[in-house]
Design a protein around this ligand. Structure first.
Ligand code: 5FX
Length: 530
């Protein structure tokens, strides 16, 4: 019998460690997880983190992540998973978090004894036991300093893809250097959660990949090199501590002999660079050039595949994890389902059926009526409150209920299109909108999405998309060596996305002028909110 080929994807996310194995047809053959709070109660985390008393500092214990890896591999072994068939593995980590390896650890990593679990072997290898993670917002001073050092927020965005954000790693490193200089001095290597996890498999320090590296406010996203200006503004001697950066689909080397002896991995099993969870999701959702994924959840998130980005003060541009010459953008809108549910309750007595009837009984363009609905301070754009404008461009205090419902849904999607285009996104003839999340089950909402973007909408299942994306990336990393194929070629094997709606004829003519007006009113709303 021909031997199987398995590819493993790991996801070191905030609350749990997940693993997925796919076979050579990219079908999932194994899935498991270790939940930090529940399965590793000895660390006493809540939601996988410790929130400090200032409520701004949020950290996670590094050894918890390592122990979770011990536990998940033991579980796989006891369930009979055949590690010897794994041809390649890759993984994802929550973005922005940083790990501080103590002086002298590289040698230890290179000589791991297979007789002991990793968390015992690496017990005293970190100069910081608790890692700052993406939920941390304690570095406002460092952010302002960095922006000033490079000539302003827009300049920093032009270099690194984002203005300074508290959770971005450069600002976190600057805080460690300032507040704990002895820790910084003792540190031999600083990893992201992703490259830290890759290092565990590699038995050596793994380089940071371009895509996750873009979430640090340190990487020049066009030159794909650390920006000297940014490094200097954060801490001295930082370049040496960060190591090199590599394309996200690079093969880093074979798996450490630790895994060969302890779990029966093949010595030929390759470790493909790990990346951030959002870039990994882009791979898992199987986005292609020009595609856009819209996650319609509590908050709405947009993942865009962009070729020529124009970084702005809102949103993030990352190097593309799948195609190294391209980019991806991430945009977050806080008032997503929260707002849709509020208007459903106010205007259609809590019934989605009535909400949809209202969408069907009103026409695209809403006869020129436009609304902004931000129950809480929005991220994109920074604005708050409810603002309504009628066809004569006058501010009005209310709309009839069905007009209100359409104004909300059209407004939410027009904002997405406008902000996507500001980041350099262009709708192309082959563009697909991949919709996911709770509201993607509602075809009338999706019809508006399709009309506003003038593109077909497909629905996709995204449970564990980061983890699955890494199993795909592991396969791609290996196969591209042999045949120079793209991830798109590799994932042809996976199930097709389902086409659910196409734009109505003439929608583009209606929304073109409306989008212009929406953008103008948005500036008014931002001014009024501040
Ligand atoms: C992205 O910029 C984020 O901060 C989060 O989505 C984390 O990656 C979650 F893990």
């Amino acid at each position: 019998m021909a031997s199987a080929a398995y590819y493993l994807g790991f996801d070191f996310s905030t609350q749990q460690l997940k693993v997925i194995a796919v076979n050579e047809h990219l079908q999932v053959v194994y899935e498991d997880n270790v939940h930090f709070d529940k399965d590793l109660p000895e660390f006493g985390t809540q939601g996988g983190v410790y929130v400090q008393s200032d409520k701004l500092t949020v950290i996670s214990p590094v050894l918890m992540w390592i122990k979770a890896l011990d536990v998940i591999l033991d579980k796989m072994k006891s369930s009979g998973f055949n590690f010897s068939e794994v041809k390649a593995l890759s993984g994802a980590g929550q973005q922005h978090g940083s790990v501080y390896w103590k002086e002298g650890t590289r040698e230890l990593l290179q000589n791991l004894s297979a007789a002991r679990p990793l968390h015992k072997l690496l017990e005293s290898c970190f100069s910081l036991q608790d890692s700052p993670i993406w939920m941390d917002s304690s570095t406002t001073a460092e952010c302002r300093y960095l922006e000033e050092a490079v000539g302003g927020a827009q300049e920093l965005a032009k270099l690194t893809g984002s203005r300074a954000y508290e959770r971005f790693t450069g600002n976190q490193i600057a805080k460690v250097y300032k507040q704990k200089p002895e820790v910084y001095t003792q540190t031999e290597r600083i990893s992201l959660v992703s490259s830290f996890a890759a290092s565990l498999f590699l038995g050596d320090y793994a380089p940071i990949d371009y895509s996750d590296g873009s979430g640090m406010n340190l990487l020049h996203i066009y030159e794909k090199m650390w920006s000297g200006k940014c490094l200097d503004a954060c801490a001295p001697g930082l370049k040496e501590k960060l190591g090199s950066v590599v394309p996200s689909s690079s093969i880093l080397g074979p798996v450490s002999t630790y895994y060969v002896h302890r779990f029966g991995f093949s010595p030929g099993c390759k470790v493909v660079a790990f990346t951030g969870d959002n870039p990994a999701s882009l791979a898992g959702m199987r986005l292609k050039e020009g595609d856009i994924a819209v996650s319609l959840g509590t908050s709405d998130t947009l993942f865009l595949w962009i070729q020529e980005p124009t970084p702005a003060l809102e949103g993030h541009i990352f190097c593309n994890p799948v195609q190294p010459h391209d980019y991806m953008a991430l945009l977050c809108f806080k008032n997503g389902s929260l707002m849709r549910e509020k208007i459903r309750d106010d205007c259609s007595t809590g019934s989605w059926d009535d909400f949809c009837k209202a969408l069907r009984s009103t026409s695209p363009g809403n006869n020129g009526n436009i609304g902004f609905y931000f129950e809480v301070m929005e991220i994109t754009p920074q604005a708050v409150g409810v603002h309504r404008f009628n066809a004569d461009n006058q501010k009005v205090s209310e709309f009839p209920k069905d007009v209100e419902i359409r104004a909300l849904v059209e407004g939410q999607f027009m904002a997405k299109r406008i902000h996507a285009e500001r980041l350099g996104y262009r709708i192309m003839p082959q563009t697909r909108i991949l919709a996911t999340g709770g509201a993607s089950r509602n075809l009338d909402i999706l019809q508006v999405l399709s009309d506003v973007f003038n593109a077909p909408v497909y629905t996709i299942a995204t449970a564990n998309s980061a983890c699955l994306g890494c199993a795909y990336r592991a396969a791609h990393g290996l196969l591209k060596e042999a045949s120079a194929s793209s991830l798109t070629d590799v994932i042809k094997l996976a199930e097709e996305h389902k086409l659910v709606v196409t734009p109505r004829t003439g929608a583009d003519k209606i929304y073109e002028p409306l989008l212009k007006r929406y953008a103008e009113f948005e500036s008014v709303v931002i001014r009024e909110s501040n």
